[in-house]
Design a protein around this ligand. Structure first.
Ligand code: URA
Length: 191
């Protein structure tokens, strides 16, 4: 049975793709390891590479503000990425890099055992929901896989580039809040 310690240590030593050689820090994940809700981005950016913590740069600050709207902070969710090492110049992680890293996310997901997974952006949605996922058309819709409800919202970097998408994301956030109330009433039920 994998533990958090053995998983992190395997990840620290990983040279399954070339990103391990160029990273400053592994960006393993952050938040509550027993959370009911898991957020998954695509890969670390510069600030994340420097600190070893996911979503602490400009996109992360926007994400924090977005989740504050629905009263969620990192004590209530876990957050990680499809790839744990920064792709050079923030390019999209390559298919082979995602393949080399996906086992770590699967193991993290087994340890957390979340009820809800929210993909942040098209890369995570394309890897976790459906390979032909269209974020512009399908964001905010829910699919159930076993015991887990999954959805995707625009990546906060996309919202920084194109603020006109923020109202749609606001609706998606409310839908996430409602799903938490429905699926985990003991923790998130309204009073
Ligand atoms: N973008 C991501 O997808 N992940 C991070 O950790 C930071 C920015």
């Amino acid at each position: 049975m994998t533990t958090w310690e053995t998983l992190r240590s395997a990840c620290e030593q990983c040279r399954g793709c070339s990103l391990g050689a160029t990273r400053t820090h592994l960006v393993f994940g952050d938040g509550n390891p027993s959370a009911r809700i898991l957020f998954v981005g695509e890969g670390p950016g510069e600030q994340e590479d420097l600190t070893g913590v996911p979503f602490v740069g400009p996109a992360g600050r926007l994400l924090d503000q977005m989740l504050e709207i629905i009263d969620l902070d990192r004590s209530q969710y876990y957050i990680t990425n499809i790839v744990k090492c920064r792709p050079p110049h923030n390019r999209d992680p390559l298919r082979e890099e995602q393949e080399a890293c996906i086992g770590y996310l699967r193991a993290q997901t087994r340890l957390i055992d979340p009820r809800i997974i929210v993909c942040l952006g098209r890369i995570a949605a394309g890897r976790l929901i459906r390979s032909d996922y269209r974020i512009t058309r399908e964001h905010g819709q829910w699919v159930q896989k076993g015991r887990v409800w999954m959805t995707a919202i625009y990546h906060p970097s996309a919202l920084l580039r194109d603020p006109t998408r923020r109202p749609e994301t606001f609706d998606d956030l409310i839908s996430i809040r409602d799903k938490l109330r429905e699926v985990c009433p003991e923790e998130f039920g309204s009073d």
